[in-house]
Design a protein around this ligand. Structure first.
Ligand code: SAH
Ligand code: SF4
Length: 350
């Protein structure tokens, strides 16, 4: 029989339900099997059913008849002076995506892609110039993490995951949710929900829906402008969902105690980096539980915008800090290898 399903597209609940339907023994036993399979796949990170030692031969044979286990090839990797590594990973159909590893003393982070390209068309973003090629499957999201992890020295592990690579994660909602399910599953990767951040350009219906999900990861919103004029110029989505609506949805977003929404704000010279803008930011976000990541614009080969001066970026930040707003300046890692925010662009079939 042909191997139909890539097992990494399946949550543990789905796998369990399939086993109850397709195997003869009691359902309790099948739940236990699904737990074991997840343990082998995501904690031991095996790449074949044969390696799942405590699973009977009979079940392994059944798995082999119906499922296969994907893996991803590294097409290219580039190490930056700051230690971050940008990977180009090859997909089954010949497209490729990028994924960036960022080292930190005790919380290594991986920045993953959710789509090949992106359909949101933000004016400052290289990925946006590609348009949307296609959504990534759940397994392709999971395989990015496994591939980067597999490339780390033995004693190293990954603590944080940010969905800030190529693509708009909420445009690929179902596969994103399944991937989050597998990542946070205690039998799977067992990542803490607090160590995962999903960043969106502001798809309001999906933000609302995300707030109602059982899995509660951190939410980041790419704000980038404090007036509708500026934000619409930078991000076409603002014409569909304007700032007033966006902020209203943020106010209604259910946050657990001690959590805050992160707003990403790009500092672009003479467009978004004035003290007026900083004032506008404080006015706009007043009353919300939030923090701001200030991202100095990264120059891209086609860019019509300019990087802010370091002094102006510091002035902007100081104004926020003086008004009690937490606002670290995120100097993007991997600038020398074009691995920084907004510089990810690949995707052509190779
Ligand atoms: N599509 C999602 C997540 C990926 S983009 C989103 O837009 O939120 C990740 C971050 O990179 C966003 O906050 C975006 O504003 C930022 N970014 C994109 N291009 C950039 C550039 N040229 N310079 C600095 N930041 C950029
Ligand atoms: Fe897409 Fe995010 Fe880039 Fe906008 S900033 S084009 S949403 S990847």
């Amino acid at each position: 029989m042909s191997k139909l399903y890539n097992i990494k597209n399946w949550t543990r609940q789905n796998l369990w339900a399939w086993m109850v339907e397709n195997a003869e023994t009691q359902s309790k036993m099948q739940a236990f099997r699904a737990d074991q399979i997840f343990y082998w796949l995501y904690q031991q990170k095996v790449e074949s059913f044969a390696e799942m030692l405590n699973i009977s031969q009979e079940i392994r044979k059944m798995l082999e008849e119906h499922f296969w286990i994907s893996s991803m090839k590294i097409a290219e990797s580039q190490k930056s002076q700051d230690g971050s590594i940008k990977y180009r990973l090859l997909l089954e159909d010949g497209y490729s995506i990028e994924c960036v590893f960022m080292p930190h003393t005790n919380h290594n982070t991986v920045c993953v892609s959710s789509q090949v390209g992106c359909g949101m068309g933000c004016d400052f973003c290289m990925t946006g110039t590609m348009g949307l090629v296609r959504n990534l499957k759940t397994a392709e999201i999971i395989d990015q993490i496994l591939t980067v992890w597999g490339d780390l020295p033995d004693e190293q592990n990954l603590r944080n995951i940010v969905f800030m690579g190529m693509g708009e994660p909420f445009h690929n909602y179902k596969n994103l949710l399944q991937a989050l399910e597998i990542l946070t599953d205690k039998h799977g990767f067992n990542f803490s929900q607090r160590r995962i951040t999903v960043s969106t350009s502001g798809l309001l219906p999906k933000i609302r829906r995300f707030g109602k999900e059982r899995i509660k990861t951190n939410l980041a919103i790419s704000l980038n402008g404090v007036t509708d004029d500026v934000r619409s110029k930078l991000m076409p989505i603002n014409k569909a969902y304007n700032l007033e609506e966006l902020i209203k949805v943020c106010r209604e977003f259910p946050l657990e105690s001690r959590r805050r929404i992160t707003f990403e704000y790009i500092l672009i010279r003479n467009l978004t980096d004035s003290i007026e803008d900083a004032k506008g930011l404080i006015r706009l976000l007043h009353g919300l539980k939030f923090k701001i990541n200030l991202i100095p614009f990264n120059s891209t080969p086609i860019s019509k915008y300019q990087v802010p001066s370091p002094e102006q970026a510091r002035k902007f930040q100081k104004y926020l800090l003086d008004h009690g707003v937490v606002a670290p300046i995120r100097i993007s890692k991997g600038q020398d290898i074009q691995g920084a925010c907004g510089q990810l662009v690949v995707g052509a079939k190779t």
